[in-house]
Design a protein around this ligand. Structure first.
Ligand code: TRP
Length: 348
């Protein structure tokens, strides 16, 4: 595929875990290395949609997340790393886009419905800003005229809405000119989201997360505590590493990690496990070594960046500048297409 332009974002949640890496970050770094134009945004305004009362952690969570991005291998020379709230054009485009989408359409966005369910919210108490979450995301993406959005499955409805808004804008305002916006595509990550050591979706709040910059000792303890096949009680009982063939459920997390981080050795480990030749204890010790080695470069890069907060600040200041330059150009196109003024001048 010919490289295009990428915009991706994460809400600032502080230090990242391995699930964030496998689900997203790893993909960003690969696209960067393939020569795509990369914009990576800390979505701090999005964070307010579900938590506007307590903003005390916003700054430090942003900082820690950016350090993890750099640790994972984002290169500030090749990738633009910036903060949403530092580029005010996001707010302007969000406002203009908010005219192009109905309230009913936003109420049908599946992620909003899921949040209402998961956070036990009352539909009547959803804020205007929260309802507009996906409109803000469309503004994020289209402000950079991104052609591709590397996201997980859960974000696909937002990219779909983004395409609808781009189409609507081009249709309404670009009849006699070049379309302003591309219709961006979601680019799904290849590896399904990594589960935590308890077999559930990895998340900080669930308490089953392995942090990206974990020490070898923390990695060993985490892997030791992993759930394995409950029917494999003794070392030489045969185990079942793979998920159920019919419904894809179950399966051993330790094996899943082997497949991800030890792809060459994984088939032989599965064979030995199934044959009852490999106990869970040595299997886990092996995995802990593999993981610790795989994450060593990330750990080392994190140490280097964390030792130099000024350098991190400079990366973001530079990224903000570069993002702003693109955003300003897009808004010139938007205002011209819509017949809005770019200056305060009033003319007859
Ligand atoms: N909604 C995304 C999430 O929860 C974060 C996000 C905000 C984003 N703006 C974006 C992702 C633009 C991709 C593109 O993870």
């Amino acid at each position: 595929m010919k490289p295009g332009r990428i915009l991706s974002g994460m809400r600032p949640t502080g230090r990242l875990h391995l699930g964030n890496h496998v689900g997203a970050l790893e993909n960003w770094v690969r696209l960067q290395d393939e020569g795509w134009a990369n914009f990576h945004m800390v979505a701090d305004w999005h964070m307010l949609t579900t938590g506007h009362e307590d903003t005390s952690r916003l700054q430090s969570d942003t900082y820690e997340m950016v350090v993890d991005w750099l640790a994972a291998g984002l290169d500030p020379k090749r990738s633009v790393i910036f903060v949403q709230s530092a580029v005010k054009e996001h707010a302007e485009l969000h406002l203009l886009f908010s005219m192009l989408v109905t309230k009913a359409r936003l109420e049908r966005v599946p992620t909003l419905k899921e949040q209402i369910r998961d956070l036990h919210l009352d539909e009547q108490t959803i804020s205007y800003g929260h309802l507009g979450y996906s409109v803000l995301q469309a503004a994020d993406i289209l402000l950079y005229k991104a052609t591709h959005v590397p996201v997980g499955e859960d974000q696909v409805p937002h990219v779909e809405l983004t395409r609808e808004i781009a189409r609507r804008f081009n249709f309404l305002y670009c009849r006699d000119r070049e379309p302003v916006f591309p219709e961006p595509e979601a680019q799904l990550t290849q590896f399904p989201r990594l589960r935590g050591n308890d077999g559930n979706r990895m998340s900080k709040s669930a308490g089953n997360a392995l942090m990206l910059a974990a020490s070898p000792e923390e990695i060993t303890a985490y892997v030791r505590a992993a759930y394995t096949d409950p029917k494999k009680a003794r070392a030489n009982d045969p185990g079942r590493p793979e998920p159920d063939e019919r419904d894809g459920h179950g399966g051993c997390v330790v094996w899943e990690y082997h497949r991800k981080f030890n792809p060459e050795g994984a088939a032989e480990i599965a064979r030995q496990c199934r044959a009852g030749e490999l106990g869970c204890v040595p299997d886990k010790q092996h995995l802990a070594r593999v993981l610790s080695e795989a994450l060593a470069p990330i750990r080392e890069r994190r140490q280097r960046w964390a030792a130099d907060p000024d350098a991190v600040r400079d990366v973001v200041a530079d990224g903000n500048r570069r993002a702003r330059a693109v955003a300003e150009r897009t808004m010139d196109d938007v205002r011209a297409a819509m017949g809005l003024r770019s200056t305060a001048e009033v003319t007859p």
